[in-house]
Design a protein around this ligand. Sequence first.
Ligand code: NAP
Length: 236
Amino acid sequence: MTARNVLVTGGNRGIGLAIAVAMRDAGHHVVVMSRSGEAPEDLEAVAGDVSDTASVDAAFSAAEAKFGGPVEVVVANAGITKDGLLMRMPDADFDAVIDTNLAGSFRCARRASAGMIKKRFGRLVFVSSVVGLYGGPGQTNYSASKSGLVGLARSITRELGGRGITANVVAPGFIETDMTAELPEDRQKAYKAAIPAGRFATPAEVAAAVVFLASDDAAYISGAVIPVDGGLGMGH
Ligand SMILES: NC(=O)c1ccc[n+]([C@@H]2O[C@H](COP(=O)([O-])OP(=O)(O)OC[C@H]3O[C@@H](n4cnc5c(N)ncnc54)[C@H](OP(=O)(O)O)[C@@H]3O)[C@@H](O)[C@H]2O)c1
């Protein structure tokens, strides 16, 4: 196992925190990026807003100073939702979700690419969603942003695949987070009935897929979409 310099966006809570902890437990050097720049669970943190290029660049520079070298693994996990019906969705809600989820991931990949090319090693992991492949009513902005990550990863794979850099997508389904815990009991039951596994995933189950994609063992996996959804999105 080679210890890598790992930056996890949105790694201060939720799924990103589970990824950061799993990466650290796997022996990597981890820095999390969030807008607050606060570090939970003894993790190193930098402040950065993925919707702002200068902020992303500064956050990467701060992380590299902590590592004493380039970022070798980027987990682009930061994401937001602003759900609403198509007919009534304001431009601002569409733009904000695309800007954070899709363009934010692009900004991080672009900033990391020079160091990765120089090192002839890099792992880009984009956290998408089953909704990006399956669609979701009231989620045109979110779904478009998440399916856009597939094109992003596959184009990076074609551009940089010969330089030891891989770019992959992890597509979680329903995950046990504060958001799903707040769903009414009957809605939770209905969702679980649609999931072949019959349950929601834990954040750690998403993290395990990300840890694998970042590992030396996954060197020949690129441009892939790995669902972690209990079978919900099969075939999409
Ligand atoms: N929860 C689910 O069931 C589920 C299912 C499928 C996919 N996903 C995806 O998994 C990822 C994590 O989801 P989650 O449920 O763990 O989300 P969450 O608890 O709402 O956390 C979102 C994270 O993104 C960060 N973030 C948001 N906007 C940011 C920005 N402009 N710049 C930097 N960081 C920003 C937040 O940090 P600060 O607000 O502190 O800056 C926070 O750490 C998201 O991409 C989401 O779309 C989630």
